[in-house]
Design a binder for this molecule. Structure first.
Ligand SMILES: *Cc1c(COP(=O)(O)O)cnc(C)c1O
Length: 234
């Protein structure tokens, strides 16, 4: 437990230093704690250390945690692969979805968002390195679909998310993040003022400095908050 609070303190220092180097206010960067495979107790401890936004990849696991921690009023973000038969439960239980990778998923989430909830904040996942095995829109496909998605009534299209190929050198890591920022700028030229994208969800434990230098507004961090995940649990 002490270990976890030390990790969070160290991570917050990294975020502050990276924002300073980028000459950006640290308040522009939200820390999303990726809590997949972690217990409700581990999440609760992270809340006691001041964190309020949590990201989950696996729906059944996430729903149990959301229910167990309901009294804490946390911001839950869905960041994992989305099957179309799971969209209703995602629309009913999350504040944000980062991993929309096809039009049909966006349409279903909008149709299934309960009327008594605020619009669902969404990011579109971009396969920025064009990896054949990875989910996400291609850049040109996205440019064609984005105005249609932005019009869906119960979604609020906030921005773009990406998981680039693993690179170790920080200058190399910056390249796909720079490209995602350019794509966001390009999309914003085609959207009305009230619809402009304000979010870049990019950067994880190993590359968050590079992401912040290129304009990340949400970094998604698991390992450097909670420690290594056991490989079997994902
Ligand atoms: C697991 C995961 C993360 C966190 O990765 P770490 O390397 O543990 O920080 C971030 N984003 C997504 C989409 C993930 O699945």
């Amino acid at each position: 437990m002490q270990d976890q609070s030390d990790k969070i303190t160290a991570l917050q220092l990294r975020l502050t230093l990276a924002a300073a180097e980028a000459q950006r206010p640290a308040s522009e960067v939200t820390l999303l704690a990726v809590s997949k495979t972690r217990t409700p107790e581990q999440v609760k401890h992270a809340v006691d250390c001041g964190l309020t936004s949590f990201g989950e990849n696996y729906l059944q696991e996430a729903l149990k945690k959301v229910a167990a921690l309901k009294s804490l009023a946390l911001d839950w973000h869905f960041i994992g692969p989305i099957q179309s038969n799971k969209t209703r439960q995602i629309a009913e239980n999350f504040a944000w979805v980062h991993s929309i990778d096809r039009l049909k998923i966006a349409q279903r989430l909008s149709a299934q968002r309960p009327a008594n909830m605020p619009p669902l904040n969404v990011c579109l996942q971009v396969n920025i390195d064009n990896e054949p095995t990875k989910a996400g829109f291609g850049s040109s496909e996205l440019l064609q679909l984005v105005t249609e998605i932005a019009r869906l009534p119960n979604l609020r299209l906030r921005g773009l998310m990406t998981i680039p190929e693993v690179r170790t050198d920080i200058q190399e890591q910056r390249i796909p993040f720079y490209q995602l920022g350019k794509l966001k700028d390009e999309i914003n030229e085609s959207l009305d003022n009230s619809q402009k994208l304000d979010t870049l969800s990019m950067g994880m434990s190993a590359d968050l400095e590079a992401a912040i230098l290129e304009g990340a507004t949400i970094v998604r961090v698991g390992t450097d908050i909670f420690g290594p995940r056991s490989t079997t649990a994902g």
